[in-house]
Every structure is written in C-alpha cells, then in structure tokens.
Design a protein around this ligand. Structure first.
Ligand SMILES: Cc1cc2nc3c(=O)[nH]c(=O)nc-3n(C[C@H](O)[C@H](O)[C@H](O)COP(=O)(O)O)c2cc1C
Length: 181
C-alpha cells in the first residue's frame, strides 16, 4: 500500500489548491494512506537552523512518503516562494536528499484560464535538479479554480476523473503502490 504526501502551494483558508488536494485525497483508493504538509509552518530556509521541530517533522514526512503530490497555484508564471522554501528544506544534502528518487506528481491550479501550467515546467526543472522522479503524464491543471470550490473541496467532475486516472498510474509507480498490488 502506498503512502502519499500532499504538499499544497498556498496558505489561504479558501485556497483552491488546498481544496484540490482534499478532493484528490478523497479519491485515493482504499488502503492508500495520505498526509498533508503545511508549508507555512516552516521557517525561511537558513542553513544555520539545525534543530527546528517543524523542519524535522517535514523531513520525516518526506522520507516516509512513497510518493509526493504537489498541488500548487502559479505565482507570477512560476511556483510560489512558499513552495520553493519547503522544497529547499527538503533538498539537502544536495543530490542525496529525501527528494532523491522520490516519485512526484504535479497538479496546478489557477484563477485564470491556463491552470498554472507555466509553474508546472518550473517545478519539474527544480525537482529534476534534486534527482526526484517526476511522474510522466498529461498535465493535470485546474483553470478558473476559485469558482469550483464548494465547502472546501474542488468540484469539477471532468478534471477530478482525469486526475484520478493519472493518480492510479502514479500509485502503481510508487514503491509499494496500492494499484501495483
Ligand atoms: C502573487 C500572485 C501571483 C499570481 N500569479 C499568477 C500567475 O502567474 N498565473 C496565474 O494563472 N495566476 C496567478 N495568480 C492568481 C492565482 O492563480 C489565484 O490567486 C489562485 O487562486 C491562487 O491559488 P489558491 O486558490 O490555491 O490560493 C497570482 C496570484 C497571486 C497572489
């Protein structure tokens, strides 16, 4: 059975990215477990910080995950600084970090029509630099996302059904993935 870690790229209470992560988590197959990181709890990256409990908890969650699902908005054509900060914490030691060989899936959201797709390419580039394994798939994007949040969950059957299909492949690829049986 796979254990999946969701990393959202927004702190907003009404965030469409968080709502998307919740909807995706609700569609995980039985037996697949998941957890969600709150990247807002992490301090700004500083190599002098050696014993921060939030950083330690984040690194443990990262190490323990069979797969990581990023659900993030696009900020100024790239990934939010919040998300980059979390990734930077997870990226040490270089090329031997918890991200090395970690299977990652990218989902992007946007208040606009392009669904944050430009941020996806930046995120892939960053993850590649850490030797993470970005799951190859058609991009999962959620355009006009803010109008699709109902009671804290994304509501868009077509996107969620497509995402569920891709997540099935992703879970198969994860070490111990549920779909791999
Ligand atoms: C600082 C900032 C930069 C943004 N830049 C973009 C952008 O480049 N492309 C885009 O599609 N939307 C952009 N947006 C709009 C976001 O897509 C929208 O606010 C989205 O709902 C944020 O995600 P959230 O709902 O998870 O908080 C930006 C929003 C903010 C606050």
């Amino acid at each position: 059975m796979a254990h999946i870690l969701f990393i959202p790229g927004s702190l907003r209470e009404a965030s469409s990215s968080r709502a998307t992560a919740r909807a995706l988590a609700a569609r995980l197959p039985a037996g697949t477990t998941h957890d969600t990181v709150d990247p807002g709890r992490l301090p700004h990256y500083n190599a002098d910080i050696k014993d921060d409990p939030e950083v330690a908890a984040f690194l443990e969650k990262l190490k323990g995950a069979d797969g990581v699902v990023f659900v993030s908005p696009e900020y100024n054509y790239s990934i939010p600084g919040l998300l980059k900060n979390a990734i930077d914490w997870g990226s040490r030691p270089a090329f031997e970090s918890p991200f090395k060989d970690k299977l990652c899936l990218i989902v992007s959201t946007s208040g606009g029509a392009l669904g944050g797709v430009r941020a996806q390419s930046h995120l892939k580039y960053v993850l590649n630099g850490m030797l993470a394994r970005v799951h190859p798939c058609k991009e999962i994007v959620v355009p006009m996302a803010n109008g699709k949040v109902v009671d804290g969950m994304l509501e868009d059957d077509a996107i969620l059904e497509f995402a569920e299909e891709v997540m099935g492949d992703f879970l198969s690829a994860c070490k111990g993935g549920a779909a791999a049986g």
